[in-house]
Ligand binder design. Structure first.
Ligand code: HEM
Length: 176
């Protein structure tokens, strides 16, 4: 397969804009469960931004499957190459799981899934307190997983940029 030297423009725009949106969502989520004063305002931001992340994740996955990524350096130890690929697919899985679990838990709790004033999404699960009791903590556990996977991803990216200096960082940072 012919591999390009850099990720395409759409992949790079989605990577950096979604990185900002997902980090914002993690902090908005953490803030809204501890603040009574800003809870409603933060939730009003959390729902539409979470849904936007789900839609962008679909575009990103389709683009990723249609355009092969640039290759990893041939001298990268096999364990590191495996860890890179596994963590990338874990990030994809979590980008989908977080918003779907958020939407599903509100549905199970019979809460309205309001995007904007007057615009509600349909429930994706029937009302079930038991299911809500399972999905609500799952949303928190997955958020921790996402946060630690992002930290590992960032650490690896900086390791490539500053220690190995092997061009992996620039594959996502710039075009040709
Ligand atoms: C990438 C997407 C998302 C991320 C990163 C994210 C992150 C978070 C985080 C970190 C928390 C706090 C968890 C805790 O302390 O247990 C949270 C809570 C919550 N999220 Fe999300 N979330 C996302 C998508 C969504 C979506 C799409 C919805 C609904 C449509 C949603 C609804 C909620 C609700 C209702 C809470 C908890 C409110 C409460 O019980 O206090 N989330 N989220």
């Amino acid at each position: 397969m012919n591999r390009p030297p850099h990720f395409n423009l759409l992949a790079r725009v989605l990577h950096w804009s979604m990185a900002a949106a997902i980090l914002a969502m993690l902090f908005i989520g953490a803030a809204m469960v501890v603040s009574l004063r800003y809870r409603e305002a933060l939730l009003d931001l959390h729902r539409p931004l979470g849904l936007a992340i789900l839609l962008l994740a679909i575009v990103r996955l389709v683009n990723r499957l249609r355009h092969p990524p640039p290759p990893l350096p041939p001298d990268l130890p096999r364990l590191q190459a495996w860890a890179a690929k596994a963590s990338h697919w874990l990030l994809y899985a979590l980008m989908f799981a977080m918003p779907i679990v958020g939407w599903a838990m509100l549905s199970a709790g019979a809460y309205p899934v309001e995007l904007f004033a007057g615009v509600n999404l349909p429930p994706i699960l029937p009302h079930s307190p038991v299911m809500y009791g399972f999905l609500r903590p799952l949303h928190g556990v997955l958020a921790y997983m996402l946060f630690f996977t992002i930290l590992a991803h960032l650490g690896a990216a900086l390791f490539h940029a500053w220690v190995r200096r092997d061009g992996v960082f620039s594959q996502m940072a710039r075009g040709k």
